[in-house]
Structure formats: structure tokens, C-alpha cells
Design a protein around this ligand. Structure first.
Ligand code: ZN
Length: 130
């Protein structure tokens, strides 16, 4: 009736435990082995892992990391914004300055970690040819 049989078996040799690989990506290391840095610069991934040989140059995270970084940073900034509006006596120019610097720093800090995480997700679930 539905034309396809759904199974819960892993595809080819997909690792069963996914969290250690995703955690490696969050730590900015190769999601497959965790023994080598994933990026050569701020957001530029390595071509091939020197430790395990995994090819990373065609694993692209696209816009997912930027979306995740902004979402996480907003969830941290909004309570602080609420405190500034209702709980502090700081002048408006100081509130806005602190929030802008904090939001920028948070996004820049979170973005590479989200890219490592999303590259790990793309690699784990084989959503791109590799
Ligand atoms: Zn590796």
C-alpha cells in the first residue's frame, strides 16, 4: 500500500552511537575520529582528516550553523534584554551597546561549533555524497 518498508536498521556502515561523533564536531574536531582539528581557519574545514582519512571537503553544512548560532544566542540574549528593560537603571545607550557586543561575541563563539555539529550530522546521516 505504501510502496516502501520502513526499517530501523542502520544504513550501510553508519555508526550506531551518534552522540560521540556529534560531540567531536562540537569540540571543533573531526566528527569521525575526534583526533584532528576540523577547521584550518575560523570556518574553513580541512580537506582530509590527517588522522582517519575522512574526506571533509564536500561535506557542506550550508545555512544550518548560522541559523542554530543565532537561535542559541537569542535564547541567551533575550533574558538579559528583559533584565535590562525591567531590572536595570542603565541608560539606553549602554544597554544597547552591551547587548550588541554580547550578541556579536556569542554568535561568533557559537558559529564554528554549530558548523562542526552540522558537518557531523551531514556525515552521519549521509545526506550528501561523500
Ligand atoms: Zn578524523
Amino acid at each position: 500500500m505504501y510502496g516502501a518498508v520502513m526499517t530501523h536498521q542502520p544504513i550501510d556502515n553508519m555508526p550506531r552511537k551518534k552522540w560521540p561523533h556529534l560531540k567531536n564536531g562540537l569540540k571543533l574536531n573531526c566528527p569521525k575520529c575526534g583526533n584532528a582539528p576540523l577547521f584550518t581557519s575560523y570556518l574553513k574545514p580541512i580537506k582530509t582528516c590527517p588522522s582517519c582519512g575522512q574526506d571533509w571537503h564536500n561535506i557542506r553544512a550550508e545555512l544550518g550553523p548560522a541559523w542554530a548560532a543565532m537561535t542559541l544566542a537569542a535564547h541567551i540574549i533575550i533574558p538579559i534584554y528583559h533584565f535590562f528593560i525591567f531590572g536595570s537603571g542603565w541608560p539606553n545607550w549602554l544597554q544597547i551597546s552591551v547587548l550588541m557586543v554580547l550578541a556579536t561575541a556569542l554568535c561568533l563563539m557559537i558559529l564554528p561549533r554549530m558548523k562542526g555539529l552540522f558537518m557531523g550530522i551531514v556525515w552521519l546521516f549521509r545526506t550528501q555524497d561523500s
